[in-house]
Design a protein around this ligand. Structure first.
Ligand code: COA
Length: 318
């Protein structure tokens, strides 16, 4: 609650990888470093052109990360220093794989960003080709902050198991991406958007959800393995959904989500998780719903890398 609305993603990344928030100079140097590492090797960019246009962006990303490993000169050096270097490359390039992969699949050329942009602004610019407004870049920072790290969830566990064999960090992140795809984990934010697109207003939402529960079907964006009385990320994401709703004239999304929350709590005692409100937030930022899970990865890669470093530094086979 202290960090997400206030701290840029670069600083969150630094905190995760180094254990403390950066000084302003360190923050500036990390920003420059991520900008410098942003470009993909030419042959990885060429490989993105080989995918069928309708390939799932998450699959393209997973293959892209695996391929990037082969181009990293420090691939098999698992020292703390080398892993930190590789983490910076990964944080920078996972975003590029997502934005360039998306543009290439739609017949558009990847764009080259201005080196002074923040990581979040660069993500939006490289996706849309347009300079984002400050409030859009800020909202992206908040989303990235909320997704950056979340303890021992499924994808992080997969990354740590792979790292614990002393496989390299790219192998570990590839494992994490495989796990992230499923709708019970990262894929939930895509499914939540598919649900919201069918619901025009709060009353329709109440009907929709009751029908779904009567058929004993799961409702994406609800429930959590750990949080049982409330997902600590939801208040910040909910406030962001309301704010973006006011700015973009789409207040209805947050109102629908709030009604869904009410009904699920009443009918099933289930709480909303962060993916419920992330879905309209990303929509209002102009991010295609097919990228909801890859957006999660663009941020969580920082947390995964921090876990892999910890695993390699104090390894015991899991
Ligand atoms: N919609 C409807 N019912 C749900 C539900 C949901 N999203 N999540 C859990 N339930 C129900 C289960 O069917 C079960 O009901 P039952 O007791 O009548 O059989 C009960 O709530 C307990 O669920 P359980 O499967 O034990 O919870 P879990 O801790 O194993 O599951 C999740 C956690 C996240 C896998 C689960 O809540 C889920 O699938 N959520 C939807 C996917 C999602 O949003 N994932 C993102 C998580 S951040």
């Amino acid at each position: 609650h202290e960090l997400a609305p206030n701290v840029p993603f670069e600083d969150i990344g630094w905190l995760l990888l180094n254990g403390d928030l950066p000084t302003p100079e360190q923050s500036e140097s990390l920003r420059a470093r991520l900008a410098a590492e942003h470009a993909l090797p030419d042959r990885v960019l060429e490989a993105l052109r080989l995918f069928p246009a309708d390939a799932a962006p998450n699959d393209v990303l997973r293959t892209g990360v695996s391929m990037l490993g082969a181009f990293d000169p420090d691939l098999n050096d698992h020292s703390h220093a080398a892993n930190l270097e590789k983490s910076l490359r990964l944080v920078a390039r996972v975003s590029t794989l997502v934005t360039s992969g998306w543009r290439i699949a739609r017949g558009a050329a990847p764009v080259t960003p201005d080196g002074r942009m923040t990581h979040s602004a660069r993500f939006l610019y490289c996706l849309t080709g347009r300079q984002p407004e400050n409030w859009q870049a800020h909202a992206m920072d908040v989303v990235f902050a909320l997704y950056a790290e979340h303890d021992f969830n499924a994808s992080t566990f997969a990354a740590r198991v792979t790292a614990s064999t002393m496989a390299d960090i790219y192998a570990a992140i590839t494992s994490a991406l495989g796990t992230l795809k499923g709708p019970l984990h990262g894929g939930a934010n895509e499914q939540a958007m598919a649900m919201l697109r069918q619901i025009p207003d709060p009353d329709a939402g109440e009907v929709w959800i009751k029908e779904r529960l009567a058929r004993k079907e799961k409702v994406m964006g609800f429930g959590h393995r750990v949080y049982k009385s409330g997902d600590s990320r939801v208040p910040v994401m909910r406030a962001l959904a309301r704010d973006l709703g006011r700015r973009t004239g789409h207040e209805m999304w947050a109102e629908v989500c709030e009604r869904l929350e009410e009904v699920m709590r009443r009918e099933k005692g289930l709480i909303a998780n962060v993916d419920l409100y992330a879905a309209p937030v990303l929509q209002m930022l102009g991010i295609p719903w097919q990228l909801n899970t890859p957006v999660f990865a663009c941020s969580r890669v920082a947390g995964w890398c921090a876990h892999v470093i910890e695993q390699h530094d104090h390894n015991r086979l899991i």
